[in-house]
Design a binder for this molecule. Structure first.
Ligand code: NAP
Length: 305
């Protein structure tokens, strides 16, 4: 029997584990297929409080995992398949068996959203990627395209501009969600070109991989193919909550777990934190804060039941 079973080992899950252990609970964290979460793909992080100099997402997550483990949390690789919320304790079915838990915190994060255009699936791993930090090195000295106008797209473009011959940033509007500082740096970088008011129609390729991307200008409907070897898709994330379908846990239209201001779901004793429950911010520090909130509420739940 576990007091607090945490599904996911990103900033939300590991922060919840620290709080749970420090309250004297038996805590298990199930990492699942995404390990320490999306943040490990971030090359340089300078907005997480407490670190004077920038650090990589991997460094931060490695520290969080070691901190939770030092306090005694049991961190397992299991992938959750379903949660039976009709039973108390909850029965959480995983790749390795069934865990019983007094409280559950869902902190499964989100994964990359794809464009859904022709050629994208076909050339995934052969020129199409959603992780510049992971795959950028394969395109050193080559021409690449980044699709998106958020912080991820700009971070990817700036990262790729250091190793690639050219980077073309494609965005469907003329304004960006990304931080102004990143936009200004990208605009000043001679290696970065921008194609605004353009959407991807098709990713072109041959037996060797990607050869280009066909774009349609949404203002005048003109179509052009930009030659490139790599296409990096950075158009946001999709919450990883599929395993909760049929569990009775209420989800929002976007797939995020529906929570109140205390991270409680509609199921007493089951909480959610981080990107899997956040349609707005998707920030490491906010995920960590919500993990702490969920843990405090789970601790109170155990004390009162
Ligand atoms: P995001 O902020 O949701 O931006 C997604 C971008 O993709 C938007 O520009 C959106 O266009 C575009 N887009 C969405 N669907 C599209 C489609 N089907 N076709 C073409 N374009 C599409 O996602 P993100 O950049 O991954 O960032 C996610 C969150 O993480 C944000 O809160 C961001 O601030 C945060 N983040 C922070 C940092 C940091 O602080 N260092 C780094 C990375 C990410 P529209 O603008 O037109 O909707």
């Amino acid at each position: 029997m576990t007091d607090m079973l945490i599904i996911g080992a990103g900033p939300a899950g590991l922060t919840a584990a620290v709080y749970g252990q420090r309250a004297g609970l038996r805590v298990k964290v199930l990492k699942g297929p995404f390990g320490l979460g999306q943040l490990v793909q971030t090359n340089e992080l300078e907005n997480f409080p407490g670190f004077v100099e920038p650090l990589s997402g991997f460094e931060l997550m490695d520290k969080m995992e070691k901190q939770a483990a030092r306090l005694g949390a049991e961190i397992l690789d299991d992938t959750v398949e379903s949660v039976d919320t009709s039973k108390r304790p909850f029965a959480v079915r995983t790749s390795g068996g069934v865990f019983e838990a007094k409280t559950v915190i869902v902190a499964t994060g989100s994964h990359a959203r794809w464009l859904g255009v022709e050629g994208e699936k076909e050339y995934r791993g052969r020129g199409v990627s959603a992780c510049a930090t992971c795959d950028g090195f394969f395109f050193r000295g080559k021409d690449v395209v980044v699709v998106g106008g958020g912080n991820t797209a700009f971070e990817d473009a700036l990262f790729l501009a250091k190793i690639c011959r050219s980077v073309t940033l494609v965005h469907r509007r003329g304004e960006f969600r990304a931080a102004q500082k990143s936009v200004d740096i990208a605009k000043a970088d001679p290696k970065i070109k921008m194609k605004l008011f353009c959407v991807a129609e098709k990713i072109e390729g041959d037996v060797l991989g990607v050869t280009g991307i066909t774009l349609r200008n949404v203002l005048d409907n003109t179509v052009e193919t930009v030659p490139c070897h790599g296409v990096f898709v950075a158009v946001g994330g999709v919450p990883q909550t599929d395993f909760l379908k049929n569990s009775g846990v209420e989800l929002l239209a976007g797939g995020q777990v529906k929570i109140n201001e205390k991270c409680a779901t509609n199921i007493p004793g089951l909480y959610a934190a981080g990107d899997c429950a956040d349609p707005n911010f998707r920030q490491a520090v906010i995920a960590a804060g919500s993990g702490a909130k969920a843990a405090v509420e789970a601790i109170n739940h155990i004390n009162l039941n």
